[in-house]
Each structure stands twice: as C-alpha cells, then as structure tokens.
Design a protein around this ligand. Sequence first.
Ligand code: DGL
Length: 265
Amino acid sequence: MTKKAIGVFDSGLGGLTILDALRRTLPHEDLIYFGDTANVPYGSKSKEAVTRLSLAIGRFLQEQNVKLIVAACNTASAQALGELKKQLSVPVMGVIEPGAAKAVSVTRNGHIAVLGTEGTVKSKAYPKAILKKKPNAQIIQQACPLFVPLVEENWTNKPAAQLIAREYLAPVLQSGADTVILGCTHYPVLKGVLANILGKKVTLVDSADTLAEAARVFLDKHHLAETKGKGRVTVYASDAPQRFKKLAQTLLADKISTVHLKKLL
Ligand code: DGL
C-alpha cells in the first residue's frame, strides 16, 4: 500500500504551530502543508470568501492523495468546515471541536473564554461546540486582531505585545474564566505573554496539541496510522515562498528545507 500523507492548511504561517504538534505526536506520518500566503488574513474576510479559498486548498490537497485533511486555521474551521466535509471525499478535521472538548474537560468553574479572529468570534463556532458538551458553561469571546501581526513580525517579546494583550485580556480577567482557548493558529506563540497576564490559576488551551491528539485518535480508529519510518514534510505557499520559509523558522522547532510555490486560483 502506498503511504498517504496528512494534508494541513492554514491561511498562512500560523498553522505551522499545528504542523509542529502533528510532527511531534505522529512522527511517522508524511505531512503536506499549504499556507495561503496570497490570501492571508482570513480572520477579517467574509464566510463566503473563506469557504471558497478553503475549498480550493482542500481540492488541491485531495489531488495529492492525502488520507486526512486538517483545517489548522481556526477561521476556516469555524466558517468552512461544513462545506469542506460536504464537498470533499477525504475526511476533514477542524480545530474547533478538539479545542472545545479540551476546555470543557479542564474548566473547574465552568467559565471559559475564547480568544480568536473576528471571523471565528462572529461565527460563534466555539460557544456552540462548548455548549453542546456543557450546556451550563459561561462563555466570553474576545477578538484579538492585533495578535496576528505581532506574531508575524516576531514582536512577541516587545513591550507592545504586553500592552495589547493587557487590553484584550481585561474583560477575560473580569469574567472570572479559569480556562482560555487560544482559538487562533498564531496565539500559542504568545502563550508566555498571555499566561503572565492571566496568572497561574487560568489554564490555556492550545488547539495545536488537542488537534494533534484528535488526529492520532482518528488515524488509530480507522487503521490509517503509519508505525514506521520518519515522516516527511512538504510545504506549499500560494505566494512569496522565500519569505514564508524565513518566517517559518521562527515558528518551527525543526527547519523546513524547501517551500514550493503553488498558486491557488
Ligand atoms: N489562521 C487564522 C486563524 O487561525 C489566523 C490568521 C488569519 O486571520 O488568517 O484563525
């Protein structure tokens, strides 16, 4: 049987945090990553646009004969997962369900905060997924649009990151949430800054680790898991692959050797 890869996509760079988690959890799997650098950001786009772009990437990954597609982008998961599942023949997994399940399992007081892009917050995908599992949960959502450029500029250690995070987190602190979902690919990079402001009593739920674990469970359940050999990583970007490669080194534990250009539409 030929080895089939797992396809992973994001609006750009941030999904590499998911790729990294998949690589750690599933070291034998081949991974194909697609970053839609030509169309990033998705967070401020309409549902229609996000769906159209996600479907185009999904079809490309399907043509690469993948066995599973992971929508690593929270905005795409929140807005396009239904259509992706409907229109593609490969199973598709998003980051919302695993993140919501983890938050429900770790909260002690039932107060959960969701940090995400405008699009993710607007879709209410996280509150819906949380309430399905815990109907009496108290949920507060906070859009944090300035976090994405901070991460992309590698400014997470600058005072600006602290100042911006304090503003965004003020209502979260006030809400008494003991669990905060990092509902965007880029936010795990700011974990240190956020944890510092929120304090030790608040648990940060990182969608990267929860998604990787859900993918492992899925592959085991369907007898699709690779058990031998080191997995290979192939990376595509829809624009400026060299820039992508340079920025990727700040997000990934392991280096990537080549980023291929693959124009989307
Ligand atoms: N990847 C997006 C997400 O996780 C963040 C960046 C964007 O707005 O495209 O929601």
